[in-house]
Design a protein around this ligand. Structure first.
Ligand code: NAD
Length: 485
């Protein structure tokens, strides 16, 4: 499909390209429109969060009377439009957020289209016995309030919408302000798809300008029965304190262990492939490596052959001062190292240019050897920088990897052929996703079995969310009858 950019969008993309090749593009004016694309006004975008909630509630009431079979047609149409418009959303997503890679974002949208479960995920259960029959069904909540991140903006809006609609809900989004045009494009896509497939005009709504205030209106509205939050620790804490039923998909810092039984060449390639996917934006992507000392040189050599560039310890310290900045919490006054937003999801060559190293597009990952305490190991960077820590044996590897995961219980990876080692680490780290001998994205169904999601709910336990995560169980009892034996 041809992309017809507006002048303002072209100007923004030129600025982004200039800044990525090291030129001056200091004045960054937001040129993206949260209400329209290419002259087409988005459907379901409101000035006022209350109006958005009311519109989604009307949509929810409309789909309550639809048969499951009809609801599945909405999902099929969403799949179709997502495939068709993947490139547009990937391109706007990179241009608006200045993060990630267009080719990988296209792959992420296709993954959502192909591997997000639909109504087949909604399964009723029956129990019969001496006392008759009891039916348990998965019912919608009503209107779901969903907070979405800047890292996978349209992917999360579409994936969540598919599951929530398959479950029979209407949805209101409070998307990340830095990805509002991309997120609202996806909201519009869902509404276009649903309407074309026989659904209401608006089933999914969002606001023109999301803020913490609009999020608060969402938390407090009696029409919102479930909150689903995908983002960092601050926002997950906020929804879990809302007093409403909430699903929280929070931050990770996935460690990788490579032991001396692994296929080292494959491990090197898999780790670089996973770590550099969409420039390390996915929360599941490899963030730090713990390599056995006796295979570490071979592993690093394999990484260098697969697009990695190794920097020295001094260069790593210099880069750390650029990609992590001191931010003071205005309430507590505590100063904390925080990732510099301008560096998140950037190409490796752009990050290297910040320390005066000039490389070409063939370099996709920056690697370095560090100690366990280095900020690159401890902080969730979300950029293609991969620290490697040498360890003596499996005990040290597990101890350090578990500590680096910080109890997020999100995702961990291991390359090994030793079943005991694999099992020990999986048990110790207790993550929602554990990937063995593959790139991280195998954990969300990309080259691995199982369905996909962009909302991995570790803190609240739903795990790899799907339609059934957005339902409430209801029981109907027929005493003494309807048993046929
Ligand atoms: P973020 O935490 O900056 O923002 C997430 C959303 O929350 C945005 O819409 C933001 O505007 C909003 N927000 C932030 N604080 C809020 C508050 N106090 N009240 C209401 N809304 C608030 O996230 P980001 O930088 O876009 O995404 C990256 C983070 O999200 C990383 O930590 C990553 O690991 C995590 N993430 C997790 C998953 C998962 O499935 N577990 C998926 C994607 C991203």
């Amino acid at each position: 499909m041809a992309i017809n950019w507006t002048d303002a969008q072209i100007e923004e993309i030129v600025k982004m390209v200039v800044s990525q090749i090291g030129g001056e593009a200091k004045k960054e004016t937001p040129a993206f429109d949260s209400e329209s694309y290419n002259g087409r006004k988005f459907i379901g975008i409101f000035e006022d969060m209350n109006d958005a909630i009311n519109a989604a509630n009307a949509g929810y009431k409309a789909i309550r009377s639809m048969r499951v079979e009809e609801r599945e047609k909405l999902i099929s149409k969403i799949r179709e439009l997502t495939r068709e418009e993947a490139e547009i959303m990937a391109t706007i997503g990179v241009a608006e957020t200045k993060m990630g890679r267009v080719d990988h974002k296209i792959a992420k949208h296709r993954l959502v289209a192909d591997k997000t479960p639909g109504t087949e995920d909604i399964i009723s259960q029956v129990k019969t016995g001496d006392c008759g029959l009891t039916l348990t069904e998965m019912a919608p909540f009503g209107v779901v309030g969903s907070i979405t991140p800047s890292t996978n903006p349209s992917e999360t809006v579409i994936c969540n919408s598919m599951g929530m609609i398959a479950a029979g809900n209407g949805i209101v989004f409070n998307p990340h302000p830095n990805a509002i045009a991309t997120s609202n494009y996806a909201v519009d896509l869902i509404n276009r798809a649903c309407f074309a497939a026989g659904g209401p005009k608006i089933l999914v709504a969002s606001v023109k300008k999301p803020t913490l205030d609009t999020a608060n209106i969402m938390y407090k509205s009696p029409l919102i029965r479930l909150l689903v939050c995908t983002g960092g620790p601050g926002v997950v804490k906020a929804v879990l304190s809302s007093g409403k039923k909430a699903i929280g998909a929070g931050a990770g810092n996935p460690p990788v262990i490579v032991d001396d039984t692994a296929d080292i060449k494959k491990a090197a390639k898999d780790i670089i492939d996973g770590c550099t996917f969409d420039n390390n934006l996915p929360c599941i992507a490899e963030k730090e490596v713990f390599a056995f000392d006796n295979i570490a040189d071979e592993l690093i050599d394999g990484m260098l052959k697969n697009g990695a560039y190794k920097i020295t310890a001094a260069q790593a310290d210099e880069l750390a001062k650029i990609v992590l900045v001191d931010v003071k919490n205005p309430k507590t006054g505590i100063v904390k190292k925080t990732v510099c937003r301008d560096c998140v999801g950037r190409d490796a060559k752009v990050l290297l240019s910040k320390i005066g190293v000039s490389v070409g597009d063939e370099v996709r990952c920056i690697i370095c050897e560090t100690g366990f305490d280095h900020l690159f190991v401890q902080e969730e960077l979300m950029m293609p920088i991969l620290p490697i820590v040498r360890v003596k044996n499996i005990d040290e590897a597990i101890e350090k990897a578990v500590a680096a995961e910080h109890g997020n219980r999100h995702t961990a990876h291991m390359h090994s052929k030793n079943i005991d080692n694999l099992t020990r680490f999986a048990r110790a780290v207790e993550t929602t996703i554990f990937v063995k001998n593959a790139p991280s994205y195998a954990g969300i169904g990309f080259g691995g079995e199982g369905h996909t999601t962009f909302t991995i709910a570790g803190p609240t336990g739903e795990g790899i969310t799907s339609a059934k995560s957005f339902t409430r169980l209801r029981r109907c009892v027929m005493a003494d009858n309807f048993r046929i034996i």
